[in-house]
Write a protein that binds this ligand. Structure first.
Ligand SMILES: NC(=O)c1ccc[n+]([C@@H]2O[C@H](COP(=O)([O-])OP(=O)(O)OC[C@H]3O[C@@H](n4cnc5c(N)ncnc54)[C@H](O)[C@@H]3O)[C@@H](O)[C@H]2O)c1
Length: 418
């Protein structure tokens, strides 16, 4: 695609070993990409960010106010991961810099882990395997069950919960789910009228809710008591959703026959750190170090997703999927009709981030009207203190238009594609 200046002048700096697919996609789009394996900090990070148009990071690099302010050319940030806590989102928004991430591309990985745990817990696989590693041939069918015909209770029927539903049903399980938002059942799944109904009817309960005020500690002693005797609990959602002491008590006294936990109220921050919890050492409890979404496929899908969002923003201005600025999904730039029917060139597109106060649009219109610019389409979205307006105009003198718009006092950042 033709852009207002050569695409190879767009400098993309990728840190923390972003998956090769992301690097290739951005290079393939014509950008100049510099990819490094490490997370950077301090002066090194500022030096890398200084002339970057796009910064791509994962979870370790901290894009603080100071770093963002030291990157005057920065157009966008890509977080090649799920979370965006490592970026000062408010400051990025204030600078007119959209931040993109990929919240749902690891859905399938979490769903598969969950289903594997349903079977592994039902067959007491880890316990048997641990025994055998220790040299004990404990051949017995006691407490080992098929999952076919059993009921799985899914709490939170969103991206992950609904995929677990499909996979569990294909194993011959009955699916019951509970969500605070009405959700259409997939296949033969059935919505429970309440969490209590689900807890009382399920052989295995799996949690797929976000961390919110309503989910914090939502599985405590009284909820666990409502579960069927000998049922199992899986938490691959967020550590604070389950009250660990209550779970441990239920596992120790045999009311629950097993559990799988991928997330914990307190988790080590880095690989190789030690981990201690009351659940360690209990029989038929599968513990994993928050790896629900950590697969090669998910890493690749994340890279593809974030690279596509960055390219789209740079090439056409769309901010769909941005976590900190108004989201605007834009069509391709249209062509101007010409009298001889041969086309009169692509419309120019003005991308304008501004402080969201009354009167900005009229100031913008007035600023460019003096240049005789004809607006053919206008898109506007606001989010808190910031507005994003996109004007498609008939081919015009880009530099003058930019100059005038920069003169509008509320302008945060303006860019033009032609
Ligand atoms: N273990 C991992 O590595 C890993 C990876 C990805 C996601 N997650 C976690 O999995 C969880 C689910 O992710 P998702 O992508 O399916 O999210 P989602 O937003 O698509 O779905 C969450 C669902 O939970 C429902 N919900 C919210 N509060 C509820 C409540 N009090 N009771 C019942 N339902 C409620 C919502 O309405 C929504 O349908 C999140 O906590 C996410 O952070 C963990």
């Amino acid at each position: 695609m033709k852009t207002s200046y050569p695409k190879d002048k767009i400098k993309v700096v990728l840190l923390e070993g972003v998956h090769a697919t992301g690097v290739q996609l951005l290079k393939g789009d014509g950008f100049t990409v510099k990819a490094g394996a490490k997370a950077l900090e301090g002066a090194e990070l500022i030096a890398a960010a200084k002339d970057a148009h796009v910064l791509g990071i994962r979870s370790k690099t901290q894009l603080t106010k100071e770093v963002l302010e030291a990157a005057p050319q920065l157009l966008a940030v890509g977080c090649f991961c799920i979370g965006t806590n490592q970026v000062d989102l408010a400051r990025a928004c204030g600078l007119g810099v959209p931040v993109f991430n990929s919240p749902f591309t690891n859905t399938r990985s979490v769903a598969e882990l969950t289903v594997s745990e349903v079977i592994a817990l039902s067959r007491r696989l880890f316990e048997k395997s641990t025994q055998l590693h220790a040299g004990n041939w404990d051949k017995s069918a006691a407490g080992a069950r098929e999952v076919r015909g059993k009921t799985i209770g899914i709490v939170g029927y969103g991206h992950i919960g609904s995929q677990v539903s499909v996979l569990a049903e294909s194993l011959g399980m009955r699916v019951l789910y509970y969500d605070i938002v009405p959700k259409q059942p997939l296949g033969n799944a059935r919505a429970a009228r309440s969490l209590d109904e689900l807890l009382g009817a399920s052989d295995v309960v799996t949690l797929h809710v976000p961390e919110t005020a309503s989910t914090k500690g939502m599985m405590g002693a009284s909820q666990i008591r409502k579960m069927k005797a000998g049922a199992m609990l899986i938490n691959n959602a967020r550590g604070t959703v389950v009250q660990i002491a209550a779970l441990v008590a239920a596992l120790k006294d045999g009311r629950l026959s097993g559990a799988a936990l991928d997330v914990f109220p307190e988790e080590p921050t880095g690989r190789g750190e030690s981990f201690k919890s009351e659940v360690c050492g209990l029989a038929n409890v599968i513990l994993t170090p928050h790896i629900g979404g950590s697969t090669e496929e998910a890493q690749e899908a994340i890279a593809e997703d974030v690279a596509a969002k960055l390219s789209k923003f740079i090439n056409n201005g769309s901010t769909t999927g941005a976590v900190n600025v108004p989201e605007v999904e834009l069509p391709e730039q249209g062509e101007r009709a010409s009298a001889d029917g041969k086309g009169g060139g692509r419309h120019h597109r003005i991308l304008h981030f501004h402080r969201n106060v009354p009167g900005v649009l009229s100031k913008m219109h007035a600023a460019i009207a003096g240049l005789g610019v004809n607006i053919v389409a206008e898109h506007l979205q606001t989010r808190g203190d910031v507005g994003y307006v996109v004007l498609d105009v008939e081919p015009t003198e880009g530099k003058k238009v930019l100059e005038r718009l920069r003169g509008v006092p509320e302008t945060i950042r303006v860019r033009m594609l032609w």
